[in-house]
Design a protein around this ligand. Structure first.
Ligand SMILES: [Zn+2]
Length: 375
């Protein structure tokens, strides 16, 4: 009896334990299934939410969402500016200004602090601020352009606060000093941010950089060109889902007036390779992104007038040429959708009439666009 009772108890214990284990396993299965379902549900909501949000938020906002994250230091970034790079980046991040614009202004203004002479109108320091822009235009007196007598202490942060200037004490030494690189670069970022509208091209006429110096051709475009040398956009390519892989006809209407391949150049009077196709269309006809991608170049190019290059990922790029700068609708670093208007047909550069010159590159090799285009 002893043993059978013992074995009965033991049996019950085993069955009980097994039963407990089964019921806890069932609970665990139910709970984890519920958890997996919940995670999938929230993931689906997040993914579709993001897709729908990005569909409704216009594409030109994408480039301004986080300018800091989208730019890498290029190989052409000057040695002389390397010690300032962390400052450009920190100031850019703080004020939401692409850091390479700060570097480009530093280059154009004082060649990275190597030429600190005061300008003829009285601009001074690393970033060549006018005294009253630094101290505040509410300060009484001074010249019309904003020059102040040397007796005025520009570096007092309390005075700057009082008169509403852009001077910043970024290095925390109690002085906002236009000759201190950190203070001056932060002040420039603050000034640009204050003069920038969300989504606006930083280099537009009337835009933030133009506010720094109103000379569009000799200043704004110069800063733009340096900014594009110093940094390149982080191209996410096809992995981002921007490109469809099928190139579309890049103009509203138009017809091919010159095909790809060797030809006699009517302007230069020599036989040479025509690197793309020419599509004749009236001036001002919209030019469309042939596929989705990231604008990696938008600049003047001798012979080609203004050019735009879009990177579609996986080594594919398309180039659009002969535009006028004032008709360009996109900026470097901007994501564009297939068919999005990027510019208008022009006749800028070596051109005998209004047309789009269109090239397709795959891993740097030219490809006849007609082999790929679907109309
Ligand atoms: Zn051409």
């Amino acid at each position: 009896m002893e043993t059978s009772t013992e074995s009965a108890v033991l049996t019950e214990r085993i069955y009980g334990a097994v039963h407990d284990r089964i019921s806890s396993r069932v609970k665990w299965v139910i709970l984890s299934a519920a958890a997996v379902f919940a995670v999938m549900f929230f993931f689906a909501v997040a993914v579709f939410g993001t897709i729908f949000t990005s569909l409704f938020i216009s594409q030109n906002r994408a480039s301004s969402a986080d300018p800091y994250a989208q730019w890498e230091v290029s190989q052409g970034f000057p040695q002389a500016a390397k010690k300032y790079l962390p400052i450009y980046q920190a100031a850019g991040k703080k004020y939401g200004v692409p850091w390479q614009i700060l570097a480009a202004i530093h280059k154009v203004e004082t060649d990275f602090g190597r030429n600190l002479s005061t300008s003829p109108v009285g601009a001074r320091g690393q970033m060549q601020f006018m005294d009253k822009t630094w101290l505040g235009w509410r300060y009484p007196g001074g010249s019309k352009l904003g020059d102040l007598p040397d007796s005025v202490n520009l570096t007092d942060p309390r005075l700057i606060q009082k008169y509403g200037g852009y001077g910043v004490d970024a290095n925390g030494d109690g002085k906002a000093d236009p000759y201190n690189p950190e203070d001056a670069i932060y002040a420039t970022a603050k000034y640009l941010a204050a003069n920038h509208q969300p989504g606006e091209d930083w280099f537009a006429r009337g835009g933030a950089v133009w506010q720094y110096n109103h000379d569009y051709e000799n200043y704004v475009l110069k800063v733009k060109s340096y900014a594009e040398q110093f940094a390149h956009p982080v191209v996410t390519g096809a992995g981002s889902g921007l490109a469809t892989g099928q190139l579309a006809w890049p103009v509203s209407g138009g017809r091919i007036t010159s095909t790809f391949g060797t030809r006699f150049d009517p302007v230069k009077k020599v036989v040479q390779l025509h690197k793309g196709i020419d599509i004749g269309a009236p001036l001002g006809t919209p030019i469309l992104a042939s596929d989705g991608g990231v604008v990696i170049e938008s600049r003047v190019s001798s012979g080609y007038g203004w050019i735009i290059v879009i990177d579609h990922g996986n080594g594919w790029q398309t180039l659009y040429a002969h535009m006028y700068p004032e008709h360009v609708k996109v900026q470097v670093g901007q994501k564009v959708g297939k068919g999005q208007v990027i510019a208008e047909v022009g006749s800028n550069g070596w051109s005998t009439g209004p047309h789009l010159h269109f090239e397709v590159h795959k891993n740097g090799q030219l490809i006849d666009p007609q082999l790929l285009l679907r109309r």
